[in-house]
Design a protein around this ligand. Structure first.
Ligand code: PMV
Length: 320
């Protein structure tokens, strides 16, 4: 049997993170330059139950049975087996390779879950559709994050720009005019679960302040969506920056994220904000094509450890 390989992209939250956990809308985009690939290779001569796991990014190279019971990989594989009513995996090697930095707000956990769901399901003789993949990936996100909104697994499963509201039908966004984003990494690894827990804790201490912030972010997201749908791209900038200020008031920014946001704005970006859980990870800047290089140079000077250029294509070009 030939090896089965499936990959899944990374993602970027344009606006609305954290508020989305509390029912507000958020916009997310797939980032195709980064991805996770899971390859399943049958090992028919190995003994029953001989499943070997290799994840170079996490220094894992061992039998599945020797991973802790609580390991997300072990629990994720169990979910897939239970879903398809299989009791065990035939002997194989599962290799998960990714160039998405872990804990950086770019969807590494959802991307690896989705590539694993697709490849392992196929190895077991099933081809789940996107809805089924998305449901399973959401269950896996719960293992990683406790109380995820579901935005990461949704944007990565469908690999299309979305406006996402918890427990509502997915809205796919038709983008008439493309735009350029720069994604810059603080180099600080941060846990989404911790950031979400921090917001929850502070929300319980100051409910009216946080309710107000969530609503303000929801309103910004609605406005950003309209601007994007009408092609008024530069006008989105100040609203994205305002979103950053609200996230800062929620306590999920950090000095390095603030420094990168301010470097991007000073060097000509239309807008800039942290993206994802925060407390570290990545920020993004909305830029004109002509100012990409200048903004990038300023971000590096301000301490960005790596930069990704991401062009969001108009829908007519992206899905031809
Ligand atoms: O996985 P991250 O770090 O990109 O964050 C996900 C976005 C949050 O709104 C912070 C959490 C969620 O589940 O929506």
């Amino acid at each position: 049997m030939p090896a089965i390989s499936r990959s899944a992209p990374g993602k970027l939250i344009l606006c609305g993170e954290h508020a989305v956990v509390y029912g507000q809308p958020a916009i997310a985009l797939p980032v195709m330059q980064i991805c996770t690939k899971t390859r399943v290779n049958a090992k028919p001569l190995s003994p029953r139950g001989g499943v070997h796991i290799v994840v170079p990014q996490m220094n894992i190279n061992q039998d599945l049975s020797s991973l802790p019971e609580t390991s997300p990989i072990r629990r994720g594989l169990r979910l897939i087996l239970d879903h398809f009513h299989h009791d065990h995996l035939p002997a194989c090697e599962i290799r998960i390779s990714s160039n998405i930095p872990i804990g950086s707000g770019l969807g590494s956990s959802a991307s690896s879950s989705i590539s694993m769901i697709r490849s392992v399901s196929e190895f077991l003789g099933h081809t789940p559709d996107n809805e089924e993949v998305n449901r399973l990936a959401f269950e896996m996100e719960k293992i990683h994050h406790g109380n995820p909104s579901g935005i990461d697994n949704t944007v990565i499963t469908f690999a299309k720009p979305i406006c996402f509201i918890r427990e509502q039908p997915i809205e796919f966004l038709e983008i008439p005019r493309g735009f350029d984003l720069i994604i810059a990494d603080t180099g600080i690894r941060a846990s989404t679960a911790e950031a979400v827990a921090r917001v929850k804790e502070q929300y319980s201490q100051s409910p009216s302040k946080f309710k107000d912030l969530f609503e303000k972010i929801g309103n910004l997201t609605a406005q950003i969506k309209e601007l994007m749908l009408s092609g008024a791209i530069p006008d989105m900038g100040p609203l994205l920056t305002q979103n950053h200020h609200y996230l800062k008031q929620m306590g999920v920014s950090c000095p390095k994220l603030d420094a990168l946001v301010s470097a991007a704005l000073k060097s000509g970006a239309h807008g800039a904000k942290l993206s994802g859980g925060g407390l570290g990870g990545n920020m993004m800047a909305l830029v004109d094509h002509s100012s990409i290089q200048t903004v990038e140079e300023h971000l590096v000077k301000a301490g960005a450890v790596s930069i990704i250029r991401s062009s969001v294509l108009p829908t007519s070009e992206a899905f031809k």
